[in-house]
Every structure is written in structure tokens, then in C-alpha cells.
Design a protein around this ligand. Structure first.
Ligand SMILES: Cc1cc2nc3c(=O)[nH]c(=O)nc-3n(C[C@H](O)[C@H](O)[C@H](O)COP(=O)(O)OP(=O)(O)OC[C@H]3O[C@@H](n4cnc5c(N)ncnc54)[C@H](O)[C@@H]3O)c2cc1C
Length: 412
């Protein structure tokens, strides 16, 4: 990207990545025009509470707001809300809105996130069947759960399990239907997945593993979910948590390089030098283990938004942090950092919960998975970052403070 400071920047998508990019651009002293266009009617808000505190009613939806009109005005951010960007005109440097309006910009950030996948079976469009991606989805789902009655959650991934725990906390009967033989199969090693499954069973959630949904049945609303083996599960509400699709159509239509998401380099720049991409929609080089990765997590969305802002102003983005995410499922606190799958062996720590430390062949920590022992995670992240060899005994000893250990090993 050339280093001429842009005079007009368009941020497409009103989520976390755009918000952090906007904030950072101003922090770095950018004083040109700054437009943030989002197709939802709401100013940028945070999604993680939607399946947790917002769903159980512990936090009002309004409290998830990241950027209100007042703060946007202070920062000189023009919020264009409830408007979809329908096309990118790269020759003219223009965003074309579905309403017909055109906005001239000389840099664009694509931070369009993704959409919840829908269930590809008959009856999936019945009233009472919903996904969970937006604050409006969360409010709708909250109203459905308040009616009581059995809830079927399709998909034993993070969002599905968080919803299952919230629905249980609201007193609903809950069944989770998962096609794989275990929960969170793509992201958690078997012992951690087992621990998560045990916690859900203990709280009264019924788990149907290795089960597929063949049909959803109802009349004016959903009544039953039919499984491929013919069993029928009563349902007054069905929550579909089977992942998301990146909203990469703008990039695709504009002729940018797209694979699983919009392809970027390490600086968040796409195949066009004036268009960047960040967050759930972006597929970027994996700084830790090579290849490409499209991450659907809060930490990554916000650090990529910050990195994109640096790049737009001709500055070097900071090195990406050790990957980290959390999932709170009722009382269960799960955190994962680094890349556990890159490890060759595992050391376990127990005591009030469990952590699994994943080590490479040289004895360096490359990933950690923690259930109810989140205090281990920050220290483990420092150890991963330092790339130091750690003795198994120290990792297994629950009295060892890993942060202190990281500091002393780094000095040695
Ligand atoms: C229910 C839920 C719970 C979550 N919990 C956790 C958690 O516990 N831990 C964690 O690490 N991560 C969690 N996440 C993931 C995290 O919230 C996402 O990674 C993050 O929101 C991604 O931010 P983003 O800005 O890339 O995209 P988004 O937040 O999806 O924002 C993109 C926005 O762009 C809009 N848009 C799309 N196309 C257009 C267009 N053409 N024109 C204008 N606007 C457009 C979309 O409607 C959307 O508003 C959760 C996500 C969900 C949905």
C-alpha cells in the first residue's frame, strides 16, 4: 500500500472489527472523513453477550453497545446505519449502497463478518426456528425461551452450547443435537470436550451426539424435530447453531481474491492495495503455524481491525498476539489459547478444574485448553509467546503460577 494519507475512509460493516479500526484511526491522528456503514439498524455492539447475559436477561441488549451516536460524533465518525453496501466500485473509489446512494472513499475496510448458517432440511423456515448472530435474533430468541417448552439446539459448537446453558438457566428443557460423535470436535481435544459434555449433562441438558436432523415439523409454529434415525424430539423452539458463512460477496463481486473469506496479507490488505479486510470475513496468513486461517473470534476481530487502521495510515501493525478465545456456558468457563492442535503431547493440571497444556516435540508450550482454571491461561500465553521449554512437572503442579514462571524463564 502506498503511504499517502487517505482523505476519506469507508468502513463496511458495523461490528467489532470496524469499530476498533475507527477508534484506532482517530487515536493515530487520522483527521479525514471516516464513514462506518452497517446494514443493521444498530450502532456497533458486542456479540459475545448475546448468547449469555443478554439471553438470560442479566444484561439489557443496550449495554452491549460499543459506540453510541454521541461518542461517534465526538470522534468524527459518520455512522450510516441500516444501509447495505451493495457494491464496491474500485475504479472510482466508491461504495454503492443498496438505497442508491454513493459514497466516495479512497480506502475501504471490509469487515462484514458473516451470517448464521441455516438448516438445510424441510421445515427449517417455520416460526420458532432461529439462528443467533444479531441483537435482534437475541431479543427474538429471548421471547421464544420465555414461553417455556422444550428447546432443541442443533449444533454442539460454542454458540449452540452457550444457548443451551442459557436456556437451561431459564428453566427450559434442552436437547442438543450434534452430528459429530463429540461436542466441539473441531476445536477441543477429546478430554476437554468430555469435560464440557459432562458439565452440560450434569445441568440437565440432554446431548444427542452423532445424530442428524432430517426435518423440522410444525403448523403455525415448530412442534417437533425429526432425527435421521426416525426419533422425534418435541420442540417449541429450535436454535440452529451450525456455524456461519463469511459475508464475502462484495469482495467476490468486485473481483478481489476470495477463498474461505476475503484473502489478505499479514497487513490486512486484500488483492487490491486500497481495500483491506478484517474480522470474521478475513482469511489471513497464520503467523503461528503457517498457512491461512479465517478466525471467528472476538480477539482476532479486534486486533485485525486495529492492524488494518495502522496499515491504512502507512504504519507497521503490531505483531499479532497469541490466539485466545473464551466461551462461558452457564457456570462453565472454557478458554483456549495458542494452537493446541499443533502440539505433540499433553500435560494435564487438575485442581478445581482442569487445564491441558499442549507441547511440541521440543517441549515448548504451543497451546492450552482450560476448563474452570482460567487463571492458568494468561501465564500459558506468555509461555507460548516466549517460546521457551517448560518442564512437565511445573506445568502439572497446580501451585505454580505460570505468569511468574514465564517471567523467570524469559530472564534465564
Ligand atoms: C452469539 C455470539 C456469541 C459469541 N461469543 C463469543 C465468545 O464468547 N468469545 C469469542 O471469542 N467470540 C465470540 N463470538 C465471536 C465474535 O463476536 C465475532 O468474532 C466478532 O463479532 C466478529 O466481528 P466482525 O466485526 O468481524 O463481524 P460482525 O460482528 O459479524 O459484524 C459485521 C457487521 O457487518 C454487517 N454487514 C455485512 N454485510 C454488510 C454490507 N454489505 N453492508 C453493510 N453492513 C454489512 C453485518 O450485518 C454485521 O453487522 C460470538 C459471536 C456470536 C454471534
Amino acid at each position: 500500500m502506498d503511504h499517502i494519507t487517505p482523505s476519506s475512509i469507508g468502513l463496511v460493516g458495523g461490528g467489532l472489527a470496524s469499530f476498533r479500526a475507527a477508534e484506532t484511526l482517530r487515536e493515530l491522528g487520522y483527521d479525514g472523513r471516516l464513514l462506518l456503514v452497517g446494514d443493521e439498524p444498530h450502532a456497533p455492539y458486542d456479540r459475545p453477550p448475546l448468547s449469555k447475559d443478554v439471553l438470560v436477561g442479566a444484561v439489557p441488549g443496550a449495554r452491549t453497545q460499543l459506540l453510541g451516536q454521541e461518542r461517534a460524533a465526538e470522534l468524527g465518525i459518520e455512522l450510516v446505519l441500516g444501509e447495505r453496501v451493495a457494491a464496491l466500485d474500485l475504479d472510482c473509489g466508491r461504495l454503492e449502497l443498496a438505497s442508491g446512494a454513493r459514497l466516495d472513499v479512497d480506502r475501504v475496510l471490509l469487515a462484514t463478518g458473516g451470517r448464521a448458517r441455516t438448516l438445510p432440511v424441510p421445515g427449517a423456515d417455520l416460526p420458532g426456528v432461529t439462528g443467533l448472530r444479531t441483537i435482534d435474533d437475541a431479543e427474538r430468541l429471548r421471547a421464544l425461551l420465555a414461553r417455556g417448552g422444550p428447546v432443541v439446539v442443533v449444533g454442539g459448537g460454542f454458540v449452540g452450547l452457550e444457548v443451551a446453558a442459557s436456556a437451561r438457566a431459564l428453566g427450559c428443557e434442552v436437547t442438543v443435537v450434534e452430528a459429530a460423535a463429540r461436542l466441539l470436535a473441531r476445536v477441543l481435544p477429546p478430554p476437554a470436550a468430555e469435560e464440557v459434555a459432562a458439565a452440560h449433562r450434569a445441568s440437565g441438558v440432554r446431548l444427542e451426539l452423532g445424530a442428524a436432523v432430517s426435518e423440522v415439523v410444525g403448523d403455525d409454529r415448530v412442534r417437533e424435530v425429526v432425527l435421521a434415525d426416525g426419533r422425534r424430539l418435541p420442540a417449541s423452539c429450535v436454535v440452529v447453531g451450525i456455524g456461519m458463512e463469511p459475508a464475502d460477496e462484495l469482495a467476490r463481486d468486485a473481483g478481489l481474491a476470495v477463498g474461505d473469506g476475503v484473502l489478505t496479507d499479514a497487513s490486512a490488505t486484500t488483492s487490491h492495495p486500497h481495500v483491506l479486510a478484517a474480522g470474521d470475513v478475513a482469511s489471513s496468513p497464520d503467523p503461528w503455524y503457517g498457512g491461512r486461517v479465517r478466525v471467528e473470534q472476538w480477539q482476532s476481530a479486534q486486533t485485525q481491525g486495529v492492524a488494518a487502521a495502522h496499515t491504512m495510515l502507512g504504519r507497521e501493525p503490531a505483531a499479532p498476539p497469541v490466539p485466545w478465545f473464551w466461551s462461558d456456558q452457564g457456570d462453565l468457563r472454557l478458554q483456549v489459547a495458542g494452537v493446541p492442535a499443533a502440539g505433540e503431547r499433553v500435560v494435564e493440571r487438575t485442581g478445581g478444574g482442569r487445564s491441558w497444556f499442549h507441547l511440541d516435540a521440543a517441549g515448548r508450550l504451543v497451546g492450552v485448553v482450560s476448563v474452570q482454571r482460567v487463571k492458568d491461561v494468561r501465564g500459558a500465553m506468555s509461555l507460548i509467546e516466549a517460546g521457551v521449554v517448560v518442564e512437565d512437572d511445573l506445568l502439572a503442579d497446580e501451585t505454580q503460577d505460570l505468569r511468574r514462571l514465564a517471567r523467570s524463564l524469559a530472564k534465564a
